[in-house]
Design a protein around this ligand. Structure first.
Ligand SMILES: N[C@H](CCC[C@H](N)C(=O)O)C(=O)O
Length: 262
Protein backbone atom coordinates (compact mmCIF):
# COMPACT_ATOMS: atom_id res chain seq x y z
CA UNK A 1 0.00 0.00 0.00
CA UNK A 2 1.35 3.46 -0.97
CA UNK A 3 0.45 6.23 1.46
CA UNK A 4 0.82 9.98 1.03
CA UNK A 5 1.71 11.68 4.28
CA UNK A 6 2.92 14.95 5.77
CA UNK A 7 5.65 14.98 8.38
CA UNK A 8 4.76 17.72 10.84
CA UNK A 9 6.27 19.32 13.89
CA UNK A 10 4.35 21.03 16.68
CA UNK A 11 7.03 22.78 18.72
CA UNK A 12 9.29 19.74 18.24
CA UNK A 13 6.64 17.10 18.96
CA UNK A 14 6.62 15.36 15.57
CA UNK A 15 3.91 13.48 13.73
CA UNK A 16 3.09 11.57 10.57
CA UNK A 17 -0.20 12.99 9.29
CA UNK A 18 -2.35 11.03 6.80
CA UNK A 19 -5.51 12.25 5.09
CA UNK A 20 -7.81 9.23 4.90
CA UNK A 21 -10.40 11.21 2.92
CA UNK A 22 -7.99 11.12 -0.07
CA UNK A 23 -6.90 7.49 0.26
CA UNK A 24 -8.26 4.46 2.08
CA UNK A 25 -5.80 3.61 4.85
CA UNK A 26 -5.87 0.57 7.07
CA UNK A 27 -2.78 0.41 9.29
CA UNK A 28 -2.06 -2.27 11.88
CA UNK A 29 -0.34 -1.61 15.21
CA UNK A 30 3.03 -3.06 13.99
CA UNK A 31 2.82 -0.94 10.82
CA UNK A 32 2.28 2.28 12.82
CA UNK A 33 5.13 1.34 15.17
CA UNK A 34 7.40 0.71 12.20
CA UNK A 35 6.47 4.02 10.47
CA UNK A 36 7.14 5.93 13.71
CA UNK A 37 10.48 4.24 14.41
CA UNK A 38 13.44 6.57 13.88
CA UNK A 39 16.29 5.48 11.54
CA UNK A 40 14.35 2.53 10.06
CA UNK A 41 11.01 4.31 9.51
CA UNK A 42 9.88 7.88 8.91
CA UNK A 43 10.26 8.49 12.63
CA UNK A 44 7.72 10.36 14.77
CA UNK A 45 6.27 10.68 18.27
CA UNK A 46 2.85 9.78 16.90
CA UNK A 47 0.70 9.16 13.85
CA UNK A 48 -2.46 11.10 13.07
CA UNK A 49 -5.26 10.04 10.76
CA UNK A 50 -7.33 12.99 9.52
CA UNK A 51 -10.69 11.39 8.82
CA UNK A 52 -14.05 12.62 7.58
CA UNK A 53 -16.64 13.84 10.05
CA UNK A 54 -20.35 14.26 9.37
CA UNK A 55 -20.78 17.41 11.39
CA UNK A 56 -17.32 18.96 11.82
CA UNK A 57 -14.44 19.74 9.43
CA UNK A 58 -12.68 16.48 10.26
CA UNK A 59 -12.04 13.87 12.89
CA UNK A 60 -8.57 13.21 14.32
CA UNK A 61 -7.45 9.71 15.27
CA UNK A 62 -4.20 9.70 17.25
CA UNK A 63 -1.75 6.83 17.69
CA UNK A 64 1.34 6.92 19.86
CA UNK A 65 4.73 5.89 18.41
CA UNK A 66 4.25 2.41 19.93
CA UNK A 67 1.38 1.87 17.48
CA UNK A 68 -1.36 1.98 20.11
CA UNK A 69 -4.26 4.47 20.21
CA UNK A 70 -3.32 7.45 22.39
CA UNK A 71 -5.35 9.90 24.40
CA UNK A 72 -5.63 13.57 23.35
CA UNK A 73 -2.52 15.12 21.83
CA UNK A 74 -2.47 18.92 22.07
CA UNK A 75 0.41 19.44 19.66
CA UNK A 76 -1.06 16.79 17.37
CA UNK A 77 -4.40 18.62 17.39
CA UNK A 78 -2.67 21.87 16.47
CA UNK A 79 -0.77 20.09 13.67
CA UNK A 80 -3.95 18.40 12.39
CA UNK A 81 -5.65 21.82 12.21
CA UNK A 82 -2.68 23.29 10.31
CA UNK A 83 -2.66 20.29 7.96
CA UNK A 84 -6.40 20.75 7.35
CA UNK A 85 -5.82 24.44 6.62
CA UNK A 86 -2.92 23.86 4.17
CA UNK A 87 -4.80 21.10 2.33
CA UNK A 88 -8.09 23.02 2.11
CA UNK A 89 -10.05 20.67 4.39
CA UNK A 90 -10.84 23.66 6.61
CA UNK A 91 -10.26 27.41 6.68
CA UNK A 92 -8.43 29.48 9.28
CA UNK A 93 -10.92 28.23 11.85
CA UNK A 94 -11.28 24.49 12.20
CA UNK A 95 -13.61 22.31 14.20
CA UNK A 96 -12.82 18.67 14.73
CA UNK A 97 -13.53 15.68 16.86
CA UNK A 98 -10.89 13.72 18.77
CA UNK A 99 -11.33 11.04 21.43
CA UNK A 100 -15.06 11.81 21.54
CA UNK A 101 -14.54 15.53 22.26
CA UNK A 102 -15.24 18.54 20.07
CA UNK A 103 -12.28 20.90 19.49
CA UNK A 104 -11.93 24.32 17.85
CA UNK A 105 -8.65 25.61 16.47
CA UNK A 106 -7.55 28.86 14.85
CA UNK A 107 -4.67 29.56 12.49
CA UNK A 108 -3.45 32.77 14.13
CA UNK A 109 -0.40 33.40 11.93
CA UNK A 110 1.89 31.57 9.50
CA UNK A 111 2.68 28.24 11.21
CA UNK A 112 0.93 29.28 14.44
CA UNK A 113 -2.12 27.48 15.79
CA UNK A 114 -4.30 28.07 18.83
CA UNK A 115 -6.39 25.18 20.15
CA UNK A 116 -9.21 25.28 22.67
CA UNK A 117 -8.72 22.45 25.14
CA UNK A 118 -11.29 20.44 27.09
CA UNK A 119 -12.00 21.34 30.72
CA UNK A 120 -9.28 19.73 32.89
CA UNK A 121 -10.29 17.21 35.52
CA UNK A 122 -8.99 14.79 38.14
CA UNK A 123 -6.71 17.32 39.89
CA UNK A 124 -4.64 15.57 42.57
CA UNK A 125 -1.95 17.36 44.52
CA UNK A 126 0.84 16.41 46.87
CA UNK A 127 1.29 12.67 46.71
CA UNK A 128 4.48 10.62 46.54
CA UNK A 129 5.51 8.37 43.67
CA UNK A 130 8.88 6.65 43.40
CA UNK A 131 10.40 9.07 45.92
CA UNK A 132 9.13 12.20 44.17
CA UNK A 133 6.55 14.69 45.39
CA UNK A 134 3.93 14.70 42.62
CA UNK A 135 0.75 16.36 41.38
CA UNK A 136 -1.61 15.11 38.69
CA UNK A 137 -4.21 16.45 36.27
CA UNK A 138 -5.98 15.13 33.20
CA UNK A 139 -5.97 17.68 30.38
CA UNK A 140 -7.22 15.25 27.74
CA UNK A 141 -4.24 13.03 28.57
CA UNK A 142 -3.06 11.99 32.04
CA UNK A 143 -0.19 14.13 33.34
CA UNK A 144 1.95 13.85 36.46
CA UNK A 145 3.77 17.03 37.47
CA UNK A 146 7.05 17.19 39.41
CA UNK A 147 8.87 20.40 40.32
CA UNK A 148 12.64 20.61 40.19
CA UNK A 149 15.21 23.38 40.45
CA UNK A 150 17.71 21.77 38.09
CA UNK A 151 15.74 20.95 34.98
CA UNK A 152 18.62 21.00 32.49
CA UNK A 153 20.59 18.27 34.23
CA UNK A 154 17.62 16.29 35.55
CA UNK A 155 17.53 12.60 34.57
CA UNK A 156 14.13 12.68 32.86
CA UNK A 157 14.47 9.21 31.30
CA UNK A 158 15.10 7.42 34.63
CA UNK A 159 12.57 9.21 36.80
CA UNK A 160 10.02 9.54 33.99
CA UNK A 161 10.10 5.87 33.10
CA UNK A 162 9.85 4.75 36.76
CA UNK A 163 6.76 6.89 37.43
CA UNK A 164 5.16 6.16 34.04
CA UNK A 165 5.38 2.44 34.90
CA UNK A 166 4.10 2.77 38.48
CA UNK A 167 1.02 0.65 37.87
CA UNK A 168 -0.15 0.87 41.49
CA UNK A 169 -0.66 4.63 41.23
CA UNK A 170 -1.31 4.75 37.48
CA UNK A 171 -3.00 1.60 36.18
CA UNK A 172 -3.39 3.25 32.75
CA UNK A 173 0.08 4.82 32.85
CA UNK A 174 0.81 8.53 32.85
CA UNK A 175 2.86 11.13 31.02
CA UNK A 176 5.40 12.69 33.38
CA UNK A 177 6.34 16.38 33.29
CA UNK A 178 9.31 17.93 35.09
CA UNK A 179 8.97 21.65 35.69
CA UNK A 180 11.10 24.56 36.67
CA UNK A 181 9.33 27.78 37.58
CA UNK A 182 11.33 30.53 35.87
CA UNK A 183 9.13 33.57 36.59
CA UNK A 184 5.63 34.70 37.61
CA UNK A 185 4.30 33.76 34.16
CA UNK A 186 6.98 31.43 32.76
CA UNK A 187 7.83 27.77 33.13
CA UNK A 188 10.32 25.35 31.60
CA UNK A 189 9.05 21.82 31.08
CA UNK A 190 10.52 18.48 30.00
CA UNK A 191 8.13 15.60 29.35
CA UNK A 192 8.49 11.82 29.41
CA UNK A 193 5.67 10.61 27.14
CA UNK A 194 3.61 7.49 27.60
CA UNK A 195 3.41 5.59 24.31
CA UNK A 196 6.72 7.04 23.12
CA UNK A 197 8.40 5.76 26.30
CA UNK A 198 11.00 8.49 26.08
CA UNK A 199 11.41 12.21 26.52
CA UNK A 200 9.89 14.17 23.63
CA UNK A 201 10.87 17.68 22.58
CA UNK A 202 7.44 19.10 23.53
CA UNK A 203 4.06 17.99 24.82
CA UNK A 204 0.98 20.18 24.42
CA UNK A 205 -1.38 18.63 26.96
CA UNK A 206 1.67 18.45 29.27
CA UNK A 207 2.34 22.19 28.88
CA UNK A 208 -1.33 22.85 29.69
CA UNK A 209 -1.14 20.58 32.75
CA UNK A 210 2.05 22.36 33.87
CA UNK A 211 0.49 25.82 33.57
CA UNK A 212 -2.83 24.94 35.23
CA UNK A 213 -1.25 23.05 38.13
CA UNK A 214 1.32 25.80 38.72
CA UNK A 215 -1.48 28.39 38.88
CA UNK A 216 -3.54 26.22 41.23
CA UNK A 217 -0.53 25.78 43.52
CA UNK A 218 0.25 29.53 43.29
CA UNK A 219 3.69 28.89 41.83
CA UNK A 220 2.80 31.30 39.00
CA UNK A 221 0.44 34.25 39.30
CA UNK A 222 -0.81 34.77 35.75
CA UNK A 223 -3.52 33.09 33.66
CA UNK A 224 -1.34 33.57 30.60
CA UNK A 225 1.75 31.35 30.86
CA UNK A 226 4.68 30.90 28.49
CA UNK A 227 6.07 27.39 28.63
CA UNK A 228 9.56 26.72 27.26
CA UNK A 229 9.82 23.13 26.02
CA UNK A 230 12.83 20.92 25.30
CA UNK A 231 13.08 21.97 21.64
CA UNK A 232 13.57 25.56 22.84
CA UNK A 233 10.18 26.59 21.42
CA UNK A 234 7.53 28.34 23.49
CA UNK A 235 3.97 27.15 23.98
CA UNK A 236 1.43 29.63 25.33
CA UNK A 237 -1.27 28.51 27.73
CA UNK A 238 -4.10 30.99 28.39
CA UNK A 239 -7.02 30.22 30.62
CA UNK A 240 -9.92 31.68 32.55
CA UNK A 241 -9.61 31.85 36.32
CA UNK A 242 -12.07 28.95 36.76
CA UNK A 243 -10.09 26.91 34.15
CA UNK A 244 -13.24 26.26 32.13
CA UNK A 245 -11.74 28.00 29.09
CA UNK A 246 -8.22 26.81 28.28
CA UNK A 247 -6.23 27.56 25.13
CA UNK A 248 -2.91 26.16 23.87
CA UNK A 249 -0.99 28.13 21.21
CA UNK A 250 2.31 27.68 19.45
CA UNK A 251 4.17 26.68 16.32
CA UNK A 252 2.99 23.93 13.94
CA UNK A 253 4.52 23.26 10.56
CA UNK A 254 4.71 20.82 7.69
CA UNK A 255 8.36 19.70 7.55
CA UNK A 256 7.91 17.75 4.31
CA UNK A 257 5.37 15.70 2.41
CA UNK A 258 6.10 12.29 0.92
CA UNK A 259 4.92 8.87 -0.09
CA UNK A 260 5.74 5.71 1.82
CA UNK A 261 5.23 2.03 0.98
CA UNK A 262 3.69 0.01 3.78
N1 LIG B 1 2.28 14.77 22.84
C1 LIG B 1 0.89 14.90 23.13
C2 LIG B 1 0.38 13.99 24.20
C3 LIG B 1 0.19 12.63 23.66
C4 LIG B 1 -0.45 11.74 24.68
C5 LIG B 1 0.14 10.40 24.67
N2 LIG B 1 1.55 10.39 24.96
C6 LIG B 1 -0.65 9.50 25.59
O1 LIG B 1 -0.47 9.52 26.80
O2 LIG B 1 -1.52 8.77 25.06
C7 LIG B 1 0.52 16.34 23.35
O3 LIG B 1 1.08 17.21 22.71
O4 LIG B 1 -0.40 16.64 24.10
Amino acid sequence: MQINFAKMSGAGNDFIVIDTMQQPVNLTEPQILSLCTRRTGIGADGLILVESSETLDFSMRYYNADGKPGSMCGNGGRCAAYFAYTTGISGKTASFQANGDHYNAWITDIECVKLKMTVPDDFRSNFYANGFSCHFVNTGSPHTIIYTEELDTFNVENAGSAIRNNSTLFPEGTNVNFLEVTGPDTLSVRTFERGVEAETLACGTGAVAAALMSYKLEKVSSTSIRVTVRSGDTLHVDFSDDMKEVFLSGPAKVVYTGTVNV
